[in-house]
Design a protein around this ligand. Structure first.
Ligand code: UGA
Length: 454
């Protein structure tokens, strides 16, 4: 099939490249000339495992092209996917200005039947507005359909999520659109859920918000674990083995980040309110998420006392492993607060570049391209992303390089017993602290072996 994908962000590029790989002819459009020039040279603007290879393969066999010319793309395609950004406004609402602009452009170009599909994450009833806009701007006799086909691509695993989806959701208004989209997705051999456009849009917001709720729930349980010396990893396991609950998204940490959950939870709260419903659960989910980072900062202060002039090593800046994306990453809010208190930050991430991080944050951050150099002469080590590289380090070497053996781990990557035996003061999330030196809350100072109080 001939397909246009408008918007070459993460969703647009993965979608375009994967549709091409399934044998379709795809034109990806973006108004950013630099992005398109780079894509034409094989330069992918972000890190997503496997994407570059698929793009190279399909541009070579002429199934995938990139252009800034939306007219060319729309005229040569039967199905047009809208995958432009829907950022958050100051009040949590989705900013749909790009969706409207692109819709209006498409309307002015089409001269015969087209199926226009929204794939960007949008609030319920956006499809109605897309249809209205096209009707308003297109020439009178043009026939078209609008459908919703939300994406469920998680960064770092996006190709696999596209090629082997749990389900495909298509929100359509008639059989013609249903048939076209079903045909397009036939090669994936996945369950297809057919709904109206409003329900499809809601499935997307509800799914992301539900996953965010699971995370905030488990992070709240982690807090209780910390107050009762219980172990969140065991609690998660015990809960997750119940098939009604499920194991996934029960990993406690320093809160969810990324370009989706924080934005989508806020947007869902906003559209619900607009429709006359207060989504109290989601308000709490968002609040708990903020608190995770506050709690983590408290752990740093409780163990370092004074932050000013301390060398603080940070491993991991991306919002999760497998990506170089730092949008809404917990690392940003945590490092900002530490810089406000005049800490010296020494940072390392396997994918995030110095330039990229410094665009989001101002201050004294020293970047390293080696795990061990980062911690040399540091007063503590913070782990903010659970990259595999960090799980495999030589911990004895880590201990010898740090000024004191203090690790504050926001992702629970090490075994607590092992850390205890190695002599680290190891503070993680929802698990007992080992070799605690100072207990502010109980006004106690401990000896180094953690057994007798002094
Ligand atoms: C998320 C969804 O998982 C995708 O299905 C969806 O398509 C995508 O948003 C989107 O709307 O485009 P993504 O943001 O890439 O994907 O990342 P996730 O893997 O869902 O993780 C989100 C955040 O939750 C990360 O910061 C991660 O560290 C955190 N998380 C995840 C936890 O803290 N605990 C967990 O158990 C799982």
């Amino acid at each position: 099939m001939d397909i246009a994908v408008i918007g070459t962000g993460h969703v647009g590029l993965v979608t375009g490249a994967c549709f091409a790989d399934l044998g379709n002819k795809v034109i990806c459009v973006d108004k950013n000339e630099e992005t398109i020039n780079n894509l034409n040279k094989g330069i992918v603007p972000f890190y997503e495992p496997g994407l570059k290879e698929i793009i190279t393969k399909n541009t070579k066999n002429n199934r995938l092209a990139f252009t800034t010319d939306i007219k060319e793309a729309v005229l040569n395609s039967l199905i047009i996917f809208i995958t432009v950004g829907t950022p958050t406004k100051y009040n949590g609402e989705s900013n749909l200005v790009y969706v409207e602009k692109v819709t209006a452009q498409i309307a002015e170009i089409i001269n015969s039947y087209r199926l226009i599909v929204e794939k960007s994450t949008v609030p319920v009833e956006t499809g109605i507005w897309v249809k209205h806009t096209i009707k308003l701007k297109a020439s009178k006799n043009v026939v078209f359909d609008v459908a919703s086909n939300p994406e469920f691509l998680s960064e770092g695993n996006a190709i696999n999520d596209f090629m082997k989806p749990d389900r495909i959701v298509i929100g359509v208004e008639n059989e013609k659109s249903e048939k076209l989209l079903k045909e397009l997705y036939t090669p994936l051999n996945a369950p297809i859920i057919v709904t109206d456009t409003n329900s499809a849009e809601l499935i997307k917001h509800a799914s992301n918000s539900f996953l965010a709720t699971k995370i905030s729930f488990i992070n709240s349980v982690a807090e209780i674990c910390e107050k009762t010396n219980a172990d969140i990893e065991k609690v998660s396991k015990g809960m997750g083995l119940d098939s009604r609950i499920g194991k996934k998204f029960l990993k406690a940490g320093i809160g969810y980040g990324g370009s989706c959950f924080p934005k989508d939870v806020k947007a869902f709260i906003h559209i619900a309110k607009k429709k006359g419903f207060n989504f109290d659960i989601l308000e709490a989910v968002s609040e708990v998420n903020k608190k995770c980072q506050e709690n983590f900062l408290k752990k740093i202060k409780d163990n370092l006392w004074i932050i000013e002039d301390k060398n603080i090593a940070v491993w991991g800046l991306s919002f999760k492993p497998g990506t170089d994306d730092i949008r809404e990453a917990p690392s940003i809010s945590i490092i900002k607060k530490l810089l406000d208190e005049k800490a010296h930050i020494k940072a390392y991430d396997p994918q995030v570049s110095e330039k990229q991080f410094k665009n989001s944050i101002d201050g004294k951050i020293e970047f390293f391209d080696n795990i061990y150099d980062t911690i040399n002469n540091s007063d503590c080590l913070l782990i903010l992303t659970e990259w595999n590289d960090f799980k495999e380090v030589d911990l004895k070497k880590v201990k010898s390089l740090l000024n004191q053996p203090l690790i504050i781990d926001g992702r629970n990557i090490y075994d607590i017993e092992k850390m205890q035996n190695l002599g680290f003061t190891y503070i993680s999330v929802g698990r007992p602290t080992v070799n605690k030196k100072v207990d502010y809350n109980n006004n106690q100072i401990f000896s180094t072996n953690n057994k007798e109080n002094i």
